[in-house]
Design a protein around this ligand. Structure first.
Ligand SMILES: C[S@@+](CC[C@H](N)C(=O)[O-])C[C@H]1O[C@@H](n2cnc3c(N)ncnc32)[C@H](O)[C@@H]1O
Ligand code: SF4
Length: 456
């Protein structure tokens, strides 16, 4: 990378901005009546569109101190078994809203740690899904895996997942360095990571992702380069290289990490820059905001063909835009409406047992929300925006429509983040690194006092 950045600029650009896994973002969601949710499902039912499904399995055996996910600590198998019963009933309840068995092209198990489920529990959920939906033979079926849950059995659960039809697996690694692991309370030996990866390849998984995080305590550029090199040598199909999202006002446990050992903003940015160089030299392409993928990978192809998509699971192929979420806290998108489930297992159980969809809040998009959502998706996924395409789609002149943003766009141009012609908005190399800042110019709801993780 040729971009040289001044420390003062870095501090100025290190602002609190959303990651735009949705627009409008989740803090804008409001409490939504069940009737709004049901009408969104009905509107979808009238379409012929395929469907994507997300299942949230919140359980983890221990808490990694950096974790920003929606997690429930649990070591009691019976609690998990009850949850599996409930999620199977939720699947049934949702499918009842449709007049026919809807076609599913994408299915993702996320968490928490979905591989806390036993094979028998997976079987129950998969059976419920097959009864309720028509899952394409070529559907992408993916799962987030904590290597610590599939290593000790010598690959038995991984083999089960392969047989059960999972096509993509994503392993949480974060950092191989024992000092960092100790500080974040996630002990996962290099041997365990490498062996789990090797088993997955041997079993035949072709789409393997590894998650890494930069910005954790004790990380330095030198130390992290070792992790980056080792992971690049393994050649996973994708590397998700996340900036540590520090949100202690939401995740109390993050306060238990030694803050004084965290890299400074400048160091954190340098860790990213140096690791990025290693990934690019090892044959990866930079995709979207925080992903690297091999040229053979479908995500790379989607990036070049401009079909990359971004939703609550991060970057993905756009096999279906409408998404049904199952389980606590899960978020779906049904024909112009975001729908989020209740957050606690008690509320979840109460709603399901009463035969109601467990929806808590959401957002019904208006026309202007759709336009801005489109613009933000384009910037976050394609790193460019074609004004003429906007005009064709929405029958509005781009420059006039966004005239109130002129000063912000000019400021981004002056900072060297953005180039503009009469046809296009084109983030520069620097702007691509801070794409969230550019996207946020189009966010009609963002207020200076809003609390999100920082852009670096
Ligand atoms: C649900 S977890 C992955 C599955 C499994 N629980 C594990 O940790 O191996 C999804 C990923 O989110 C990322 N993540 C979690 N908390 C984060 C945070 N505060 N900032 C950035 N990334 C985070 C981690 O890279 C993690 O692997
Ligand atoms: S990173 Fe994964 S294993 Fe760790 S607490 Fe979060 S969801 Fe659980």
């Amino acid at each position: 990378m040729t971009v040289q950045i001044d420390s003062q600029d870095l501090l100025r650009w290190n602002r609190s901005v959303p990651r735009y896994t949705s627009y409008p973002t989740a803090p804008q969601f409001y409490s939504l009546g069940l009737s709004d949710a049901v009408s969104a499902l009905k509107r979808f039912d009238e379409s012929k569109r395929p469907l994507s499904l997300y299942l949230h399995i919140p359980f983890c055996r221990s808490m990694c101190l950096f974790c920003g996910c929606s997690v429930i600590l649990n070591r009691r198998p019976e609690k998990q078994a009850v949850y599996v019963d409930l999620i199977c009933r939720e699947i049934e309840l949702a499918a009842r809203e449709f007049s026919s068995k809807r076609r599913v092209t994408q299915l993702h198990f996320g968490g928490g740690t979905p591989t806390m489920l036993t094979e028998e529990e997976f079987d129950r959920i998969l059976t419920a899904l097959h009864v309720a939906f028509s899952i394409d033979a070529a559907a992408e079926i993916s799962i987030e895996i904590d290597p610590r849950t599939v290593y000790a059995d010598g690959g038995k659960k991984l083999r089960y997942l392969h047989r059960a039809g999972f096509t993509r697996v994503s392993f949480g690694v974060q950092d191989l360095d024992p000092l960092v692991q100790e500080a974040v309370r996630r002990r996962q030996s290099e041997e365990m990571t490498v062996e789990t990866f090797r088993m997955a390849r041997e079993i035949g998984f072709s789409g393997i992702n590894i998650d890494l995080i930069y910005g954790l305590p004790f990380q330095t550029t030198e130390r992290f380069q070792k992790t980056a090199r080792r992971i690049a040598e393994m050649q996973p199909d994708r590397i998700a290289f996340f900036s540590y999202a520090k949100i202690p006002w939401m995740k109390e446990h993050q306060k238990a990490m030694p803050e004084e050992a965290e890299p400074s903003v400048k160091e954190k940015f340098q860790i990213y820059v140096d690791a990025r160089k290693i990934f690019l030299e090892a044959g990866y392409e930079a995709i979207g905001m925080d992903h690297f993928s091999l040229s053979s990978d479908s995500l790379t192809k989607a990036f070049h063909e401009k079909t990359l998509w971004r939703n609550f699971q991060g970057y993905s192929l756009k096999l279906a835009e409408d998404l049904l979420g199952f389980g606590v806290t899960s978020i779906g998108y049904m024909d112009s409406a975001f729908l989020q489930n209740v957050k606690t297992i008690d509320e979840y159980r109460r709603e399901i047992e009463a035969g109601r969809l467990p929806i808590l809040r959401g957002f019904v998009l208006g026309e202007e929300d759709h336009r801005r959502r489109w613009v933000i998706q384009r910037l976050m996924c394609h790193f460019e925006l074609d004004k003429r395409e906007f005009e064709r789609l929405f029958s509005l002149p781009f420059d006039e429509h966004f005239v109130s943003l002129r000063a912000q766009l000019e400021a981004l141009k002056e900072e060297g983040m953005l180039e503009e012609s009469s046809e296009k908005l084109l983030p520069t190399e620097l702007g691509c690194l801070f794409i969230r800042l550019i996207a946020s110019a189009f966010d009609a709801y963002l207020k200076p006092e809003d609390h999100f993780s920082k852009s670096i």
